[in-house]
Design a protein around this ligand. Structure first.
Ligand SMILES: [Zn+2]
Ligand SMILES: [Zn+2]
Length: 254
């Protein structure tokens, strides 16, 4: 199983793209602007999209993907997310005003976009690759994902602030190899991080202190323009966990 990072920034500009990761060739984890790195042929091969939450930086490319490849694919695009996320996207994006409702095109019975509701604790088995829904603590209903190949695991927190429920699950993953965790703001914006339910380096250190299993830690969702400052603060606050900055194009094999 391999996970390719398409976008891992909190914003755009230059090479920065928002959250999206490609698992093997056919599964997308979040559909932020990083998706624009993919060729038409690569887009066409995506059968499943797992969304962490409804915020635009994680779903921006979804309406364009289904419009672009829907008509040339022979199967629907399966979108997995919390019921509340589906409802938000249906109400505010796929509402015939911002974008057509591809859940009804060409017909309700055989749509180009097929919604699948998931809940925390659910595991979706895609040809032996297990995607388990993890709890997250964000301003809107949100989750993280635990990807298990059968021999090793990778956990992606999604957007979250402090969340003991996450570590209860993660600490039971014996084959955990990689942890991708967000840190959206520098310490100077700690209050904003708390209000917007994200992490800053001091909060990240507190969270990593709850991790009881060994893992290589990668930091994602850094705010554009504050990346160097934030990584410097992480170096001070959380150096014992050796966190590294996640990079576009990075590939994890597990
Ligand atoms: Zn968010
Ligand atoms: Zn985000």
């Amino acid at each position: 199983m391999q996970l390719r990072i398409l976008g891992c920034s909190g914003g755009i500009g230059g090479t920065l793209q928002t959250t999206s990761m490609l698992l093997d060739r056919d599964i997308l984890i979040d559909a932020g602007t990083g998706v624009t790195h993919l060729t038409l042929s690569e887009l066409e091969q995506i059968d499943h999209v797992f969304l962490t939450h409804s915020h635009l930086d994680h779903v921006a490319a979804l309406p364009l993907i289904v419009d672009t490849v829907g008509p040339i694919r022979e199967r629907p695009l399966n979108v997995h997310c919390l019921r509340q996320v589906k409802e938000s996207l249906q109400e505010h994006i796929f509402n015939w005003k911002i974008w057509p409702d591809f859940g009804q095109i060409p017909s309700k019975e055989e749509p180009l976009l097929l919604w699948h509701s998931v809940e925390v604790g659910d595991t979706v088995d895609v040809d032996g690759r297990k995607v388990t829904v993890l709890p997250a603590n964000h301003t809107v209903p949100a989750v993280g994902y635990w990807l298990n190949s059968g021999s090793a695991s990778l956990v992606f927190t999604g957007d979250t602030t402090s969340n003991d429920a996450l570590w209860e699950v993660v600490n039971k993953i014996a084959d955990l190899r990689y942890l991708i965790i967000e840190t959206a703001f520098p310490n100077t914006e700690r209050e904003l991080a708390i209000q917007s339910k994200h992490l800053c380096p001091s909060l990240l250190a507190d969270e990593l202190g709850k991790l009881k299993v060994q893992a290589q830690v990668f930091v994602t969702h850094l705010k554009p323009g504050a990346g160097t400052q934030t990584m410097g603060e992480i170096e001070e606050d959380a150096s014992k966990f050796c966190p590294r900055m996640l990079a576009n194009g990075q590939v994890f094999r597990f």
